[in-house]
Design a protein around this ligand. Structure first.
Ligand code: SER
Length: 314
Protein backbone atom coordinates (compact mmCIF):
# COMPACT_ATOMS: atom_id res chain seq x y z
CA UNK A 1 0.00 0.00 0.00
CA UNK A 2 1.21 3.49 -0.78
CA UNK A 3 1.19 6.36 1.62
CA UNK A 4 -0.90 9.48 1.12
CA UNK A 5 1.08 12.46 -0.03
CA UNK A 6 0.03 16.06 -0.71
CA UNK A 7 2.08 18.38 -2.91
CA UNK A 8 1.43 22.10 -2.50
CA UNK A 9 2.57 24.08 -5.54
CA UNK A 10 2.43 20.94 -7.66
CA UNK A 11 2.19 22.78 -10.98
CA UNK A 12 5.54 24.56 -10.77
CA UNK A 13 8.95 23.57 -12.07
CA UNK A 14 9.82 21.16 -9.26
CA UNK A 15 6.28 20.27 -8.18
CA UNK A 16 5.28 18.89 -11.58
CA UNK A 17 8.15 16.42 -11.85
CA UNK A 18 8.04 15.53 -8.18
CA UNK A 19 4.34 14.71 -8.40
CA UNK A 20 4.80 12.51 -11.47
CA UNK A 21 7.71 10.65 -9.86
CA UNK A 22 5.91 10.17 -6.54
CA UNK A 23 2.85 8.85 -8.40
CA UNK A 24 5.06 6.34 -10.19
CA UNK A 25 6.50 5.23 -6.88
CA UNK A 26 3.52 5.27 -4.53
CA UNK A 27 0.56 4.95 -6.89
CA UNK A 28 -1.38 7.64 -8.75
CA UNK A 29 -4.32 7.77 -6.33
CA UNK A 30 -2.22 8.28 -3.23
CA UNK A 31 -0.42 11.38 -4.45
CA UNK A 32 -2.63 14.48 -4.38
CA UNK A 33 -1.44 17.44 -6.44
CA UNK A 34 -2.56 20.95 -5.51
CA UNK A 35 -1.93 24.49 -6.66
CA UNK A 36 -3.73 27.79 -7.14
CA UNK A 37 -4.11 26.97 -10.84
CA UNK A 38 -4.38 23.82 -12.91
CA UNK A 39 -1.20 22.27 -14.28
CA UNK A 40 0.00 20.45 -17.38
CA UNK A 41 -2.02 17.61 -18.90
CA UNK A 42 0.31 14.84 -17.59
CA UNK A 43 -0.12 16.06 -14.06
CA UNK A 44 -3.88 16.69 -14.27
CA UNK A 45 -4.63 13.36 -15.93
CA UNK A 46 -2.49 11.11 -13.73
CA UNK A 47 -4.13 11.52 -10.32
CA UNK A 48 -6.15 13.63 -7.88
CA UNK A 49 -5.89 17.42 -8.02
CA UNK A 50 -7.21 20.11 -5.65
CA UNK A 51 -7.25 23.86 -6.18
CA UNK A 52 -5.56 25.01 -3.00
CA UNK A 53 -3.91 28.19 -1.72
CA UNK A 54 -0.88 27.28 0.42
CA UNK A 55 -1.46 30.37 2.59
CA UNK A 56 -4.91 29.11 3.67
CA UNK A 57 -4.48 26.86 6.73
CA UNK A 58 -8.10 25.74 6.96
CA UNK A 59 -8.21 24.77 3.29
CA UNK A 60 -5.02 22.69 3.56
CA UNK A 61 -6.29 21.06 6.73
CA UNK A 62 -9.53 20.06 4.93
CA UNK A 63 -7.60 18.38 2.13
CA UNK A 64 -5.26 16.68 4.61
CA UNK A 65 -8.24 15.27 6.53
CA UNK A 66 -10.21 14.31 3.43
CA UNK A 67 -7.38 12.27 1.85
CA UNK A 68 -5.83 11.16 5.17
CA UNK A 69 -2.55 12.75 4.12
CA UNK A 70 0.62 11.61 5.86
CA UNK A 71 3.31 13.60 4.03
CA UNK A 72 3.31 17.12 2.64
CA UNK A 73 5.75 18.57 0.11
CA UNK A 74 5.51 22.37 0.14
CA UNK A 75 6.74 23.53 -3.27
CA UNK A 76 4.80 26.83 -3.50
CA UNK A 77 7.05 29.90 -3.31
CA UNK A 78 7.95 33.17 -4.95
CA UNK A 79 11.49 32.97 -6.39
CA UNK A 80 14.39 35.40 -6.17
CA UNK A 81 13.92 37.80 -9.08
CA UNK A 82 10.13 38.18 -8.64
CA UNK A 83 10.49 38.52 -4.87
CA UNK A 84 12.70 41.61 -5.34
CA UNK A 85 9.73 43.23 -7.10
CA UNK A 86 7.09 42.18 -4.55
CA UNK A 87 8.87 41.89 -1.18
CA UNK A 88 5.80 41.84 1.06
CA UNK A 89 3.91 39.35 -1.08
CA UNK A 90 7.00 37.13 -1.27
CA UNK A 91 7.51 37.20 2.49
CA UNK A 92 3.84 36.50 3.17
CA UNK A 93 3.59 33.61 0.71
CA UNK A 94 6.93 32.01 1.56
CA UNK A 95 6.49 32.26 5.34
CA UNK A 96 2.77 31.71 5.88
CA UNK A 97 2.73 28.58 3.71
CA UNK A 98 5.63 27.18 5.73
CA UNK A 99 3.98 27.98 9.07
CA UNK A 100 0.79 26.29 7.88
CA UNK A 101 2.59 23.07 7.11
CA UNK A 102 4.81 23.15 10.20
CA UNK A 103 1.74 23.72 12.37
CA UNK A 104 -0.02 20.74 10.79
CA UNK A 105 3.06 18.75 11.83
CA UNK A 106 3.01 20.19 15.32
CA UNK A 107 -0.70 19.28 15.65
CA UNK A 108 0.22 15.71 14.54
CA UNK A 109 -2.13 15.97 11.56
CA UNK A 110 0.71 14.95 9.23
CA UNK A 111 3.83 12.84 9.88
CA UNK A 112 6.47 14.24 7.55
CA UNK A 113 7.23 17.46 5.67
CA UNK A 114 9.51 18.43 2.81
CA UNK A 115 10.34 22.09 2.38
CA UNK A 116 12.85 23.41 -0.16
CA UNK A 117 15.50 25.92 0.77
CA UNK A 118 18.04 27.39 -1.63
CA UNK A 119 21.60 28.57 -2.24
CA UNK A 120 19.98 31.99 -1.78
CA UNK A 121 20.33 31.60 2.01
CA UNK A 122 23.98 32.57 1.53
CA UNK A 123 25.12 36.13 0.99
CA UNK A 124 28.02 38.33 -0.07
CA UNK A 125 30.02 37.59 3.11
CA UNK A 126 29.76 33.81 2.71
CA UNK A 127 32.89 32.01 1.41
CA UNK A 128 32.17 31.75 -2.33
CA UNK A 129 33.86 28.49 -3.31
CA UNK A 130 32.91 25.15 -1.83
CA UNK A 131 30.55 26.94 0.51
CA UNK A 132 30.29 24.79 3.65
CA UNK A 133 27.10 23.65 5.35
CA UNK A 134 27.75 25.83 8.39
CA UNK A 135 29.10 29.26 7.56
CA UNK A 136 28.32 32.98 7.46
CA UNK A 137 24.73 33.45 6.27
CA UNK A 138 23.73 37.01 5.55
CA UNK A 139 21.41 36.84 2.54
CA UNK A 140 20.88 40.15 0.77
CA UNK A 141 17.74 39.24 -1.20
CA UNK A 142 14.08 39.11 -0.15
CA UNK A 143 13.92 35.47 -1.24
CA UNK A 144 17.12 34.55 0.61
CA UNK A 145 15.91 36.22 3.80
CA UNK A 146 12.66 34.21 3.64
CA UNK A 147 14.54 30.94 3.01
CA UNK A 148 17.03 31.48 5.84
CA UNK A 149 14.19 32.37 8.24
CA UNK A 150 12.33 29.29 7.04
CA UNK A 151 15.34 27.08 7.78
CA UNK A 152 15.53 28.43 11.32
CA UNK A 153 11.82 27.68 11.81
CA UNK A 154 12.19 24.14 10.45
CA UNK A 155 14.98 23.37 12.90
CA UNK A 156 13.01 25.01 15.71
CA UNK A 157 9.86 22.97 15.03
CA UNK A 158 11.94 19.80 14.84
CA UNK A 159 13.73 20.42 18.14
CA UNK A 160 10.85 21.92 20.04
CA UNK A 161 7.86 19.92 18.77
CA UNK A 162 9.48 16.85 17.17
CA UNK A 163 8.19 17.76 13.69
CA UNK A 164 9.82 15.52 11.07
CA UNK A 165 10.71 18.21 8.55
CA UNK A 166 13.41 17.66 5.93
CA UNK A 167 14.95 20.15 3.56
CA UNK A 168 17.47 20.72 0.78
CA UNK A 169 19.20 23.93 -0.30
CA UNK A 170 18.59 23.44 -4.02
CA UNK A 171 21.06 24.89 -6.49
CA UNK A 172 19.68 26.35 -9.74
CA UNK A 173 17.48 23.65 -11.29
CA UNK A 174 17.46 22.87 -14.99
CA UNK A 175 14.39 21.16 -16.45
CA UNK A 176 12.34 20.90 -19.63
CA UNK A 177 8.82 19.70 -18.63
CA UNK A 178 7.69 22.91 -16.95
CA UNK A 179 9.25 26.33 -17.28
CA UNK A 180 10.65 27.86 -14.10
CA UNK A 181 9.39 31.29 -13.16
CA UNK A 182 11.12 34.29 -11.66
CA UNK A 183 14.47 32.81 -10.66
CA UNK A 184 17.99 34.14 -11.16
CA UNK A 185 19.35 30.77 -12.23
CA UNK A 186 16.64 30.44 -14.91
CA UNK A 187 18.96 31.71 -17.66
CA UNK A 188 20.29 28.15 -17.67
CA UNK A 189 16.85 26.93 -18.79
CA UNK A 190 15.91 29.78 -21.15
CA UNK A 191 19.16 29.36 -23.04
CA UNK A 192 18.16 25.90 -24.34
CA UNK A 193 14.73 27.09 -25.49
CA UNK A 194 16.25 30.07 -27.30
CA UNK A 195 19.12 28.06 -28.77
CA UNK A 196 16.65 25.66 -30.41
CA UNK A 197 14.15 28.32 -31.45
CA UNK A 198 16.41 31.19 -32.57
CA UNK A 199 20.00 29.92 -32.49
CA UNK A 200 20.93 32.72 -30.11
CA UNK A 201 20.42 33.90 -26.56
CA UNK A 202 20.84 37.19 -24.79
CA UNK A 203 21.94 36.35 -21.25
CA UNK A 204 20.94 38.51 -18.26
CA UNK A 205 24.13 37.52 -16.39
CA UNK A 206 27.79 38.22 -17.20
CA UNK A 207 29.74 35.45 -19.00
CA UNK A 208 31.90 34.51 -15.98
CA UNK A 209 29.19 34.32 -13.30
CA UNK A 210 29.56 30.88 -11.75
CA UNK A 211 26.54 29.42 -9.95
CA UNK A 212 25.76 25.99 -8.49
CA UNK A 213 23.35 24.08 -10.75
CA UNK A 214 21.62 20.70 -11.01
CA UNK A 215 19.60 18.75 -13.56
CA UNK A 216 16.04 18.14 -12.40
CA UNK A 217 16.33 14.32 -12.36
CA UNK A 218 19.10 14.60 -9.78
CA UNK A 219 17.05 17.06 -7.72
CA UNK A 220 13.97 14.82 -7.68
CA UNK A 221 16.03 11.76 -6.80
CA UNK A 222 17.73 13.68 -3.97
CA UNK A 223 14.39 14.88 -2.62
CA UNK A 224 12.77 11.45 -2.56
CA UNK A 225 15.92 9.81 -1.15
CA UNK A 226 16.05 12.31 1.70
CA UNK A 227 12.34 11.84 2.44
CA UNK A 228 12.65 8.05 2.52
CA UNK A 229 15.81 7.98 4.62
CA UNK A 230 15.82 6.74 8.17
CA UNK A 231 15.16 9.77 10.37
CA UNK A 232 17.89 8.80 12.84
CA UNK A 233 20.61 9.33 10.20
CA UNK A 234 19.68 12.93 9.53
CA UNK A 235 21.91 15.34 11.43
CA UNK A 236 20.66 18.51 9.70
CA UNK A 237 17.13 19.76 10.34
CA UNK A 238 17.59 23.23 8.92
CA UNK A 239 18.48 22.34 5.32
CA UNK A 240 21.13 20.25 3.54
CA UNK A 241 23.66 21.75 1.12
CA UNK A 242 23.36 19.86 -2.17
CA UNK A 243 25.61 20.02 -5.23
CA UNK A 244 25.99 18.54 -8.69
CA UNK A 245 27.88 21.01 -10.89
CA UNK A 246 28.91 24.62 -11.17
CA UNK A 247 29.24 26.57 -14.39
CA UNK A 248 29.12 30.03 -15.96
CA UNK A 249 26.99 31.36 -18.85
CA UNK A 250 30.09 31.18 -21.04
CA UNK A 251 30.54 27.48 -20.24
CA UNK A 252 26.90 26.52 -20.84
CA UNK A 253 27.08 28.30 -24.21
CA UNK A 254 30.20 26.26 -25.03
CA UNK A 255 28.37 23.05 -24.10
CA UNK A 256 25.62 23.90 -26.62
CA UNK A 257 27.99 24.64 -29.53
CA UNK A 258 28.77 21.01 -30.46
CA UNK A 259 24.99 20.43 -30.88
CA UNK A 260 24.14 23.79 -32.50
CA UNK A 261 27.37 25.01 -34.14
CA UNK A 262 25.99 28.46 -35.10
CA UNK A 263 24.73 29.22 -31.62
CA UNK A 264 25.43 32.83 -30.60
CA UNK A 265 25.29 34.32 -27.13
CA UNK A 266 25.43 37.95 -26.08
CA UNK A 267 25.25 39.49 -22.64
CA UNK A 268 22.91 42.17 -21.32
CA UNK A 269 23.19 41.90 -17.52
CA UNK A 270 20.30 43.34 -15.49
CA UNK A 271 19.34 43.52 -11.79
CA UNK A 272 19.68 39.76 -11.51
CA UNK A 273 23.47 40.09 -11.83
CA UNK A 274 23.59 41.56 -8.34
CA UNK A 275 21.53 38.68 -6.96
CA UNK A 276 23.82 36.13 -8.63
CA UNK A 277 26.93 37.93 -7.35
CA UNK A 278 25.69 37.54 -3.78
CA UNK A 279 25.38 33.73 -4.08
CA UNK A 280 28.05 31.00 -3.91
CA UNK A 281 29.89 29.79 -6.99
CA UNK A 282 30.04 26.21 -5.74
CA UNK A 283 28.73 24.19 -2.79
CA UNK A 284 30.23 21.62 -0.41
CA UNK A 285 27.58 18.95 0.15
CA UNK A 286 29.58 16.64 2.43
CA UNK A 287 26.73 16.27 4.95
CA UNK A 288 24.25 15.07 2.31
CA UNK A 289 26.82 12.57 1.03
CA UNK A 290 27.58 11.28 4.50
CA UNK A 291 24.11 11.32 6.08
CA UNK A 292 22.02 9.93 3.21
CA UNK A 293 24.44 8.79 0.55
CA UNK A 294 24.02 11.60 -1.98
CA UNK A 295 25.89 11.45 -5.32
CA UNK A 296 24.85 13.40 -8.41
CA UNK A 297 24.62 11.77 -11.85
CA UNK A 298 24.36 14.66 -14.34
CA UNK A 299 27.21 17.01 -15.28
CA UNK A 300 26.91 19.94 -17.69
CA UNK A 301 27.52 17.91 -20.87
CA UNK A 302 24.88 15.33 -19.87
CA UNK A 303 22.41 18.07 -18.88
CA UNK A 304 22.83 19.86 -22.22
CA UNK A 305 22.29 16.61 -24.10
CA UNK A 306 19.11 15.81 -22.15
CA UNK A 307 17.70 19.32 -22.42
CA UNK A 308 18.22 19.66 -26.17
CA UNK A 309 16.88 16.17 -26.83
CA UNK A 310 13.70 16.58 -24.77
CA UNK A 311 12.96 20.14 -25.88
CA UNK A 312 13.39 19.18 -29.50
CA UNK A 313 10.94 16.27 -29.09
CA UNK A 314 8.49 18.62 -27.39
N1 SER B 1 16.77 29.01 -8.48
C1 SER B 1 16.28 29.93 -7.51
C2 SER B 1 16.27 31.31 -8.01
O1 SER B 1 17.07 31.61 -8.88
C3 SER B 1 17.13 29.88 -6.30
O2 SER B 1 16.61 29.00 -5.39
O3 SER B 1 15.54 32.09 -7.52
Amino acid sequence: MGKSILILGACGQIGTELTLELRKKYGDHDVVASDIREGGSDLMASGPFELLDATNYAAIEDVVMHYEIEEVYLMAAMLSATAEKFPTRAWNLNMSSLFNVLNLGKEKKIDKIFWPSSIAVFGPNTPKENTPQNTVMEPSTVYGISKLSGERWCEYYHKKFGVDVRSIRYPGLISWKTAPGGGTTDYAVEIYHEALKHGKYSCFLEPDTFLPMMYIDDAIRATITLMEYNSGNLTIRSSYNLAAMSFSPHEIAQSIEPHIPDFKMDYTPDFRQQIADSWPGSIDDAFARKDWGWTPKFDLAATTKEMLKHLEEK
